[in-house]
Design a protein around this ligand. Structure first.
Ligand SMILES: C=C1C[C@]23C[C@@]1(O)CC[C@H]2[C@@]12CCC[C@@](C)(C(=O)O1)[C@H]2[C@@H]3C(=O)O
Ligand SMILES: O=C(O)CCC(=O)C(=O)O
Ligand SMILES: [Fe+2]
Length: 345
């Protein structure tokens, strides 16, 4: 039986792909971080509320229909009325900032190892792109005590306690969202073989930092990607940057922050289980000259050994072959964007 972190251990990154830039001393953008000229990073036409992902109140009596519709049309929505208090959101953001504001040589003490899951470093998708991202992250899978002790030998507890408390709240919210998603697909919890094990599965918390950039038009905060697991819940600080790709004429659409709201992404596993009825959200983050943007993403999914089977309404053929979470994570670690097409029937 392997856990998700063991699956990542079996798909290690090259050490050179893990070390972020020392952003504090970067007064110009190095060649390694300049993306091709043809970018449209800052000019995604749709923002300022002209067109945006749905905002759904979890207290709304029609919440199930709204969530189903948002997952089918966007693969992403913002939730309000979720019951997670603003002070906890502020606290987790403040702790993330406290970490990222440390000097680079201090953060390097908590570097994630090539086969490791927890620690400071670049995003896992880094090796798939020829240019680096204007981004640094801190991933937590399981306990973060050992890494936090490296950062603050005498003062690590506040950070760890906040992360534990936040993950507890995210787990409960993710489960609530999962039940609403099942309802919207007209699926009974008992029909999903691994449903009960969701309670014991290993989730991940990712603290993301996008420092102010001297030339934001030429860099990317986070390259376009889809999230791997079932659902991701993101708290974003009060500055623009997150964009979602909407097929058709729209292209990249900004996901503007709303105080207290949380962004929810459909991940690849939910796309597979819904037999492609729900869209997996293809998204990216653009950089910003004026603000140091921070986000906290919680990734929720079943245990690594769970068998994923597309759940089908009558007479529908499956779009994807059945496979375990472990198998999918490992296909994605090797092929990234091509992973879904490789398991398509
Ligand atoms: C469970 C996880 C999802 C994630 C890989 C990870 O092990 C922890 C980090 C997550 C993250 C955050 C930034 C974007 C992303 C694509 C990446 O490179 O690392 C996601 C991963 C994912 O959803 O595949
Ligand atoms: O920073 C954000 O808003 C999004 C982060 C993200 O996409 C991720 O962590 O997977
Ligand atoms: Fe993401």
């Amino acid at each position: 039986m392997s856990t998700l972190s063991e699956v990542y251990r079996d798909n290690p990154l090259h050490p050179q792909h893990i070390i972020p830039l020392d952003f504090e001393s970067a007064h110009t953008v190095p060649e390694s971080h300049i993306w091709p000229e043809t970018n449209d990073f800052q000019h995604s036409g749709w923002s300022n509320g002209e067109l945006s992902i749905p905002v759904i109140d979890l207290m709304d009596p029609n919440v199930v229909e709204h969530i189903g519709h948002a997952c089918e049309t966007w693969g992403m929505f913002q939730v309000i009325g979720h019951g997670v208090c603003l002070s906890l959101l502020e606290e987790v953001e403040a702790e993330a900032r406290r970490l990222f504001e440390l000097p680079a040589r201090q953060k390097m003490k908590a570097l994630r190892s090539p086969g490791g899951a927890t620690g400071y470093g670049t995003a896992r998708i880094t090796p798939f792109f020829s240019k680096n991202m204007w981004h640094e992250g801190f991933t937590i899978m399981g306990s973060c005590v050992d890494h936090a002790k490296e950062l603050w030998p005498r003062n690590y507890k506040r950070f760890c306690d906040t992360m534990v408390e936040y993950q507890k709240k995210m787990k409960a919210l993710a489960y609530q969202l999962w039940l609403l998603v099942l309802k919207s697909l007209d699926i009974q919890e008992k029909d999903v073989t691994w449903a009960a094990s969701l309670q014991h599965s290993e989730a991940a918390l990712q603290l993301n930092s996008y420092p102010c950039c001297p030339d934001p038009d030429r860099v990317l905060g986070l390259a376009p990607h889809t999230d791997t697991l079932l659902l991701t819940i993101v708290h974003q600080s009060d500055s623009n940057g997150l964009q979602v790709f909407k097929d058709g004429v729209l292209g990249w659409v900004s996901v503007s922050p709303i105080a207290g709201a949380l962004v929810v992404n459909v991940g690849d596993l939910l796309h597979i289980v819904s037999n492609a009825r729900f869209l997996t959200a293809y998204h990216r983050v653009v950089a910003n000259q004026a603000c140091h943007r921070v986000s906290i993403a919680y990734f929720y999914g079943p245990p690594a050994e769970s068998e994923l089977v597309p759940i089908l309404p009558k007479l529908q053929a499956p779009c994807y072959r059945s496979l375990t979470v472990k198998e999918y994570v490992s296909v994605k670690a090797k092929h990234l964007e091509k992973a879904l097409s490789l398991i398509r029937i």
